[in-house]
Write a new protein. Structure first.
Length: 178
């Protein structure tokens, strides 16, 4: 049975008993404690103490395992996040993303939702603009209006620049090797 199956069964039982799952669990925990207490009363004091200590250690061990499991899961989420968003530092992740994580949404998906919702739109636009600026041809030197242009420079020009530099382009075409 999965945790979801167990929870659904618990909800069904609670509904049949006209109570909430929380109240049913509280009742079962109290009943279990009462039964355990009655059983320990029939045992010698040193055995009863030993059982009480063992139960406390078992509870402590479960808590430690749960904390270790949560820490491992968080490390895995951080690793996955760094693979998908290597340029994003921890200080750049907004609080809304962490709030979504507390609701059970994995970090990568919570951040993707943040971006998709438009909250990270300006950051995305800045990143795209930086990348395009690195890959773009250098601008044509507009100060030298009589200089020759290369074929690559003309091909990289937007239509408005072609129109503005048309006489220079015509002069430059004769020197291109086609």
């Amino acid at each position: 049975m999965t945790k979801e199956d167990i929870y659904e069964a618990l909800c069904d039982i609670a509904e049949d008993m006209l109570t909430t799952p929380e109240e049913l669990l509280s009742f079962l925990a109290a009943q279990s404690e009462q039964i355990g207490q009655k059983q320990r009363e029939t045992l010698p004091p040193e055995v009863s103490g030993y059982l009480s200590n063992a139960k406390a250690e078992k509870k402590q061990h479960r808590a430690e395992l749960k904390a270790a499991e949560e820490e491992k899961g968080l490390k895995e989420q951080i690793k996955a996040f760094k693979e998908v968003y290597p340029e994003v530092g921890a200080e750049e992740i907004p609080e809304t993303v962490f709030a979504d994580m507390q609701k059970g949404i994995p970090l990568v998906y919570a951040y993707a939702y943040y971006l998709a919702a438009g909250d990270g739109e300006s950051r995305y636009a800045e990143d795209v603009n930086k990348q395009n600026a690195r890959m773009a041809m250098p601008p044509v030197n507009e100060a030298d209006e009589n200089g020759e242009l290369t074929m690559d420079e003309v091909e990289a020009m937007p239509p408005a620049a072609v129109k503005k530099n048309y006489p220079r382009i015509l002069k430059s075409i004769g020197k291109w090797r086609l």
